[in-house]
Design a protein. Structure first.
Length: 258
């Protein structure tokens, strides 16, 4: 019963990854008595970050050894498409997360390594700043969550879910418009409006970390199924990657104004 309550709680989350059928199963649906632990989720998150950095360093080195963006374009596209497929597998078949989540981390690393290298070639030092800000934000929000300074109430979840969904729709519309030679200008602009938009997106991405912390902690306390360690770590990785890329975008806009 406790495990079922934990899964129902996850189903109300603002993180799209937590909307899958993983959180509607009953405890009787599983053939193992193993349960999720907080340390297990933390260890898996560390492993996935390591895998992402490992594959990312490969495309990073290829780019800087050749100095030609086309040398990593194919790997980046493969990483983006493959990572998307791995993410969909993880979301719609969460019991496969122990396999699909590390694959997702490796494939996303290919894309992020290339993207980071291109930003670094344009703005020296930007990647280290983005990495530091990402993990600094992670630590600060974890501290705020554990201290009770930020509480993921139901209204907080609904507000953040609406904001995240609105950003996703805006990006999707801009992506579709790009096929017709147009775009939503302020998304990419270094104007004050463009910088303000990026600040809002970074804030929304960062606050999603609070929901991730809460969901993982509550599931572990309620004895959720063991495979949710990998699934929770995957969801946290999705948010961290989004936050890192948005911080890179924001810093690039600030750099380009100098």
């Amino acid at each position: 019963m406790a495990r079922h309550r934990a899964l129902e709680m996850f189903g109300r989350s603002g993180n799209p990854a937590f909307k899958s059928k993983a959180f509607t199963h009953r405890s009787s649906d599983f053939s193992t008595d193993e349960v999720m632990t907080l340390s297990g989720a933390v260890n898996k998150t560390g492993l996935y970050l390591f895998l992402c950095v490992l594959s990312g360093s490969w495309t990073w080195n290829i780019f800087f050894n050749s100095g030609d963006p086309s040398s990593v374009t194919g790997l980046m596209i493969f990483g983006l498409i493959g990572g998307f497929i791995a993410a969909m597998v993880t979301i719609f078949k969460p019991t496969a997360a122990n396999i699909s989540a590390p694959i997702y981390a490796l494939l996303q690393g290919l894309a992020i390594g290339g993207i980071s290298a291109m930003y670094e070639s344009a703005f020296d030092g930007i990647v280290m700043q983005a990495v530091a800000l990402t993990f600094g934000t992670l630590a600060a929000l974890l501290l705020a969550y554990k201290s009770g300074l930020i509480k993921p109430t139901e209204n907080f979840r609904l507000m953040l879910f609406a904001a995240t969904g609105g950003i996703f729709v805006l990006y999707l519309v801009s992506f579709v418009m790009s096929f017709f030679g147009s775009s939503i200008g302020f998304i990419h602009s270094n104007s004050l409006m463009g910088i303000g938009f990026s600040l809002v997106v970074v804030a929304v991405a960062a606050l999603n970390l609070v929901l991730d912390f809460d969901f993982i902690e509550q599931a572990a306390e309620q004895g959720a199924p063991k495979y949710l360690e990998a699934y929770g770590a995957f969801s946290l990785m999705v948010t961290l990657i989004w936050l890192y890329l948005e911080i890179l975008r924001l810093l690039s806009k600030l750099y380009s104004r100098n």
